[in-house]
Design a protein. Structure first.
Length: 332
């Protein structure tokens, strides 16, 4: 009987080993892309995982295509916190189907948004201007500084995808025939400067832009709707194709932004870690304001992460366990 008890206890101890190992987060790498929103998200993930769940997470430099490709082919980095899926849709879906990766949270709950924006003070003064077709009826409200008889729409830098789409939509909606000019701002700085000057002087402006961005965290802008549903086939055929001669009105395709995780890490990670990576999602408005704070304070991603964790516990505490929340607060 004594031998039976000894072997039973030994068997129970062996059975507990995988369970204990499963609770250890261990080493992992997080991809830090070379733009503000991805930088602060990676820093926040590192802080929460290390301090809340006992992980040993390190941040590695990356960019969308090489980071996602490395995750799929090598299993590292184990986590890409802000993966813009639209840049590699076929590769990502194939890897998911083959069981190499799993999706975590929708990093940006609104998706990456691009389009034509007007200042909120103009939208408040002219509530009828909700769509591009309605905007184009009012060129006199948005005069071209060089040619006041025409309205002005400010475009982005040459070569940007959004600049191409704006040019195609300008043609598709017949803006030139309705009394509008498309303004080449020449650079990102030129576009930012045009919006900032208009906003500081409370002047009207229509401009291509995108979010999340620090500029839209500082200056409250309203994105115009397009008055038509998204036609994916037309988007591929012509809306996003600079050489297409006959674009048609179309909605602007949102960028899908998810957290991608290696399947190997997902299988070995503690449940609390995976629950966090599956819940952690924030809006463009939240990120815009945080990036504006980072820009104004010349802050790093780590600085921005700590600022968010200090000031918005009502948001991030929804993503973590109560025990993890206490550890995170103690580490701030």
């Amino acid at each position: 009987m004594r031998k039976v008890l000894t072997f039973a206890a030994f068997g129970t101890a062996l059975a507990a080993v995988p369970a204990l190992a499963q609770e250890e987060c261990g080493d992992l790498s997080l991809s830090n892309m070379n733009w503000q929103s991805a930088e602060v998200l990676a820093a926040m993930d590192q802080f929460i995982l290390n301090n809340g769940y006992g992980c040993n997470a390190e941040i590695v430099a990356g960019d969308t295509v090489p980071s996602i490709t490395s995750l799929i082919e090598r299993g590292r980095p184990e986590v890409v916190p802000e993966a813009w899926i639209n840049l590699l849709p076929d590769l990502v879906e194939k890897a998911k189907a083959e069981g190499k990766i799993v999706y975590g949270a929708n990093s940006l709950s609104d998706g990456g948004q691009q389009g034509w924006f007007i200042p909120k003070y103009i939208a408040d003064a002219h509530p009828e201007i909700l769509t591009i077709p309605e905007l184009l009826k009012h060129p006199g409200l948005f005069p071209d500084p060089e040619n006041p008889d025409k309205g002005a729409i400010y475009n982005g830098q040459e070569g940007w995808g959004g600049t191409i789409v704006t040019s195609q939509m300008f043609k598709a909606y017949g803006a030139a025939d309705m009394g509008w000019n498309l303004i080449d701002t020449g650079s990102a700085a030129g576009l930012d400067g045009a919006i900032a000057r208009a906003y500081e002087n409370k002047e009207p402006i229509v401009a291509f832009y995108w979010e999340p961005t620090a500029l839209l965290g500082k200056y409250e802008m309203v994105r115009l709707q397009h008055g038509v549903p998204l036609d994916d086939a037309e988007w591929e055929r012509c809306t996003s194709n600079a050489d297409c001669p006959d674009p048609k009105p179309n909605d602007w395709k949102s960028d899908v932004v998810y957290t991608l995780i290696s399947t190997d890490f997902a299988n070995r990670a503690p449940q609390g870690v995976m629950d966090y990576l599956n819940k952690r999602s924030w809006t463009n408005e939240t990120v815009n304001k945080l990036m504006a704070w980072m820009t104004d304070n010349q802050a790093t991603g780590e600085d921005g992460a700590r600022e968010f964790l200090r000031t918005q516990p009502e948001l991030w505490e929804q993503w973590v366990t109560p025990e993890a929340a206490e550890k995170i607060k103690a580490a701030l």
